[in-house]
Write a protein that binds this ligand. Sequence first.
Ligand SMILES: O=C(O)CCC(=O)C(=O)O
Length: 261
Amino acid sequence: MVTTLETITEEDIKRYETDGAICLRGLFDEYWVERMRQAVGKYLNRSTKFTVDWVLWPTDPDMRDFAFESPAASIAQRLMRSNSVRLYFDQIFVKEPGTETPTAWHHDQPFWPIKGRQVCSIWLALDPVTRESSGLEYIKGSHLWEEEYRPAAFSGSNGNPFKDAKHGIPVPDFDSMRDKYEFLSWDLNPGDCLIHQGMAVHGASGNRTRTQIRRALSTRWIGDDIVYYPRPGLDGKMYDDRLQEGDPLTTDKFPEVIKAG
Ligand SMILES: O=C(O)CCC(=O)C(=O)O
């Protein structure tokens, strides 16, 4: 069934709150899918089969328009039950056919210098996605766990860019605990999206298909309760020296796409 913005129900919101991740279908039409495919194409790099790039909107009009004009901010607003919505940043994840690199189990928020619960990612599929082509998997309800897992490289890059981060405990080998937890995953069509809360544990396999590229645009959104919480060892792009610990993220680095009503 295709969902329209109006049909994001209270039940959907409650499921997002309980499970930490949901799938909403068909909210992004052909216009956005095609435009974002073209936009993502600008960043594809022949030297790697797994392209990750981020914070693109400040210099990329396509990404900027997506953030400000697509349904994404409204989806985030409804699911987070927030008045205001700021774009935290955007990120692309492309796995070419035959990419062996998995996306290691992680949750997002320990990678970011923020505190609060109203933070979500909207992972938009730009291609048909199955588990075989590296569809994301989530551990149901993991966003409610006490544990915080230490940030670590999850995309097969050399070394660990987060080696100075001391917060959190090492991520357990969740693949060896398949019988202990419930895992969620969805096959997607272009225009379908997954929305996950910042503490939802997720990961993906490589792209084991021979021909199916897997392009995704993940936009990160923050709501009313999010404040700045800088901790050492995170990616330099995410710090903002104009902010003090505990400040709301009111600088132009994190633009307010929906203003508090
Ligand atoms: O697409 C992927 O492989 C990773 C996506 C992800 O971890 C995210 O959007 O938070």
